[in-house]
Design a protein around this ligand. Structure first.
Ligand SMILES: Cc1cc2nc3c(=O)[nH]c(=O)nc-3n(C[C@H](O)[C@H](O)[C@H](O)COP(=O)(O)OP(=O)(O)OC[C@H]3O[C@@H](n4cnc5c(N)ncnc54)[C@H](O)[C@@H]3O)c2cc1C
Length: 529
């Protein structure tokens, strides 16, 4: 079947829903927002800490937030993107609260602000320790109550549509690639439908699921980056993968692995080997309180040296009642798997957490492909540079939803539907019966990425990853041509594409910078010059 919408939004986390609400307000055409599972399931729901914005001008100001972001990004963030996000953030916080999102306030009505690692001031708005779930709840209610937004759950975008589908040769040097919508898998018919759109917006979130262990939900397979890359659009900075140092190690819980917040180290938690020996003194004078990337590297090294699959976080020296009061969620979660954290160590290990790179976009959220925008974690705006400052991602998504809405609303009148686009061709394909071909390959991608393209990299490991991924790529593309499109094979394809992009861009960066750490190039290239 063919559907026609003025605005097609792929993804329904904070980015997709904020954009949809802003477009709906303008009443400039039909809007469809799709998501590949339920509306509830998105990285957004998992965010704990909060959302960064300067809201207390007496103590804080834009320059300080800008400076903190540039330092975290290892000075390769795009200053224009940083300035845009920081300066537009307060207005977008008001927008969120107007849509019904609640942030904790003090008795006098002002926001109860937290301070997180890397922030020089208290500027993190939060809702207890489940800010993301509150944002997702508020936005879901707002979009569900909005009659101008059509929502289609369990609809999977397979490919974006360009001139390529009209038989025109499209290469990475083609200057005027245009997006005409997307091919989308219908869960009821199991057929791929054609969604023609004047404006297409990719809001597909992160790609943590390409690693063996991640704090992201299983849906985070990097579909947006992969679709745009295949369509010959620009994808950038994929080597900058943020690993959270302390995810709970518990067999079978890897997508997502439960996050043990950094606040626990701030509270006095000590990192130890399972034998009880502490180790952070070998790595940084700030010990267990060193920045995220340093702690993640230290743990990774200790696990490799000792051949162990986790280290431990110890809060047994703290007063038991205080621990239970400060960390009720963590206490109960650990208890549910038989660990009383007031008496026993918490088994932890690093997990892939956040993708700083993605689909390259300008200040208005538009990608290198005309009529195609990318917002949220799948986009590379330049804000994060080499490393993300805590709580800067949710705010980035809302600010860019705003600039993209402004820009696309001003342009949509110039576009028409491209009625020449053919239906998805699945002639000669079979229903896939050998599911093991897919599940085994997904496991292999995770192993390759975690072992060779993880926290510490080398030229040798990266080349090995490239060769292994290449083999998987050939096998999977051949399989994709033989079988009817289904969610699993499409996700596998996307994961291989994303794995390849992370690996290739890591090979190209011949320096240690931000989150990219390689034993072959120990210092920044600019320091050597
Ligand atoms: C444990 C955890 C804690 C975090 N804490 C914080 C924090 O405190 N502060 C902060 O700023 N950030 C935090 N983050 C990061 C932040 O949550 C994410 O970067 C942000 O929520 C991403 O929002 P998004 O809208 O881009 O994507 P998501 O919220 O992930 O939404 C993606 C959407 O795309 C859809 N989708 C994907 N592929 C397809 C497809 N092929 N077809 C159709 N639909 C598709 C999905 O169904 C989903 O609806 C945290 C992340 C995690 C995992």
């Amino acid at each position: 079947m063919t559907f026609k919408y003025d605005f097609l939004i792929i993804g329904a986390g904070v980015a997709g829903m904020s954009y949809a609400l802003k477009i709906a307000r303008a009443r400039k055409g039909r809007i469809c927002m799709i998501c590949k599972t339920s509306l509830e399931e998105a990285n957004t729901s998992f965010a704990q800490g909060g959302i960064a914005s300067v809201t207390n001008p007496e103590l804080d100001n834009f320059d300080k937030h800008i400076q903190d972001t540039m330092i975290a990004g290892d000075f390769i963030s795009d200053p224009r993107a940083v300035e845009q996000v920081v300066k537009r953030a307060p207005a977008q916080i008001s927008e969120l609260t107007n849509w019904g999102v609640n942030f904790d306030r003090k008795e006098n009505g002002t926001f109860d602000l937290h301070r997180e690692g890397g922030h020089s001031e208290f500027r993190i708005l939060h809702h207890a320790d489940d800010t993301g779930a509150e944002i997702q709840r508020g936005l879901m209610e707002a979009v569900r109550n909005n009659p101008h937004i059509e929502i289609r759950e369990n609809h999977f975008a397979v490919e974006i549509i360009t001139q390529h589908h009209l038989g025109v040769e499209v290469t990475r040097r083609t200057p005027d690639i245009e997006c005409y919508g997307a091919y989308v898998l219908n869960p009821e018919t199991q057929k791929v439908d054609t969604y023609l759109a004047k404006v297409t917006v990719i809001c597909t979130g992160g790609c943590g699921a390409v690693y063996q262990t991640t704090t992201n939900p299983i849906i985070a397979t990097g579909d947006g980056e992969a679709m745009v890359y295949r369509a010959k659009g620009a994808v950038k900075d994929m080597e900058f993968v943020q690993f959270h140092p302390t995810a709970l190690f518990h067999a079978g819980e890897t997508h997502p692995a439960f996050l043990i917040t950094e606040a626990m180290r701030g509270y006095g938690g000590i990192l130890r080997l399972p034998s009880g020996e502490s180790f952070m003194e070998k790595y940084d004078k700030r010990l267990s309180l060193a920045p995220r990337d340093i702690v993640a590297r230290a743990i990774d090294n200790e696990m490799k040296i000792h051949g162990i699959d986790h280290v431990c976080l110890d809060v047994t020296h703290k007063e038991a009642e205080e621990t239970r009061r400060h960390f009720p969620n963590i206490y109960h979660k650990c208890l549910s798997i038989g660990i009383d954290i007031t008496h026993e160590y918490i088994p932890v290990r690093p997990a892939a957490h956040y993708m700083c790179g993605g689909i390259q976009v300008g200040l208005n959220g538009r990608s290198s492909i005309h009529r195609l925008y990318a917002l949220g974690e799948c986009a590379c705006t330049g804000l994060h540079g080499g490393n993300r400052l805590a709580s800067n991602s949710l705010i980035e998504a809302v600010v860019y939803a705003d600039t993209a809405a402004e820009h696309s609303l001003s342009e949509v009148g110039n576009y028409t539907f491209n009625d020449a686009i053919p239906a998805w061709n699945d002639e000669g394909t079979l229903t896939n019966e050998e599911h093991v071909l897919i599940t085994q390959s997904i496991k292999e991608v995770g192993e390759i990425m975690s072992n060779y393209v993880g926290i510490v990299r080398s030229d040798l490991r990266l080349k090995r990853a490239w060769a292994r991924l290449d083999l998987l790529y050939e096998e999977t593309e051949a399989l994709f041509k033989r079988v009817k499109a289904n969610k699993d094979i499409c996700e596998l394809r996307n994961m291989i594409n994303v794995g390849y992009l992370i690996t290739r861009q890591a090979i190209e960066r011949k320096e240690c910078r931000g989150l990219h750490y390689t034993i072959d190039y120990p210092v920044h290239a600019y320091d050597k010059a």
